[in-house]
Design a protein. Sequence first.
Length: 470
Amino acid sequence: MKKQSILPSVFLLVAILFAIGTAFAQDPPSEPPAPAPVPTPAPAETAPPAPEPPPSKPALPVTFTTNVPLEAGLANLPGNAHVPLRLLPPGAFEQDRGPSEAIFPPQKLTIRFNHKLHVEGQKLQCKTCHAGALTSESAADRLTPKATTCDGCHGSDHDDLAAVKPGDDASGKCNWCHLGYKEGDGNKVAKFDIPAPNMLFNHKKHAARNIGCGQCHGDVEKLELATRDQLPRMRGCFGCHQHPDSAARGEAKSACETCHIKGGAKEGGRIKTVFASGVLQPPRWLHNAGHGADFVQRHKYVAANDSQFCGNCHKEEYCTACHDGRVRPRSIHPNDYLNMHAVEARLATQKCQSCHREQSFCLGCHQRVGVSMSGPVKDSGRFHPPKIEWSDPPRRPGHHAFEAMRNLNACVSCHIERDCVVCHGGQGIGGGFNPHTGGFSAGCATQFQRNPRPCYVCHDPGASVLQRCK
């Protein structure tokens, strides 16, 4: 009986000891147990990874900054401030009016752009956007960047200009660059127009000689919007195209046709000077040849110093049109010259006949005011001094004989040869005043051999008096 009652107690004690040993063999309850490992699926059941879509355009290695006010990039400098001389292209000067409109026609800039932000802020180079300048061989090439060049930074898509896709942020919207654009305009933007220059230029040759962009365009990286003011000046070109020492500069010739366009048959192969945008004229600093209001007085010195310089643009007919009297420039004389011209004509300081035809220009005016031998106005005035001084003997200062010998052109402006012959027709003709001086017959043979025509004014060709002179 006692042995049977002890057995259940022994079994209960063994079970308690086994439970206590199992509990001490586990981790402390303060640390969570490690998760059970996830079984790896078989290779046949592994799904292939989704391929990454290729980028539509290679992104430029820059981070674009959108924290830029919309007022930036609208002018050369913020607030349209005056551009200092140090930022303009070489050859510019204070109060510079910009390059010639005949060479660089006016532009229509409808794009907002900030060069300083892109060059100094984004560390871009000129060739990043103007890559075509390194290979361009013609001035007519379009060197402004294409719209697709901007897509890499701005997130836009200009592949199809009929369906442009704007970017996600503000810098990728159409109105960020295109002035005047409003929501709902679709793909319609204001036209951007930079006409081709009227000149010859090869960017590739200049780039191959390590001529930097700033040597022709100035410090564009210090400005925002680049306008016509940053286009080259001819005086700056002469830094290399040294004038007149072209031989010392190798291929950088200083001849005008190196850069300027030649005209056709109408210009006789000379430089073309008339364009739709203006007329090409030399600047004042070039041989003092500025065609200003005073050039009619200065041009004789310029032409005398270097007539070939004038011949680059002008044919000989251009000069003779004035100098043979066919064209009469009205600006050569001062405003009060009507009162002064009599003195000038008598002194012959300027040859009136170099521009005027005496018998048509001078005589016509003198007849209208009544200071001539004939005309519609009678007795309104006398051109010559009184008869007792002008024609009566004896000869004295102011007598017409001395005036004619001193300046016969002044007499010819009103008188024809017949007027003189009336009195000076020789013995027995007219008034009987012999035009020959004493002892004239001794040397008349020499005068007759030089030019017999004046003799025939009064003498018949077969007259006996001429025999001694033949």
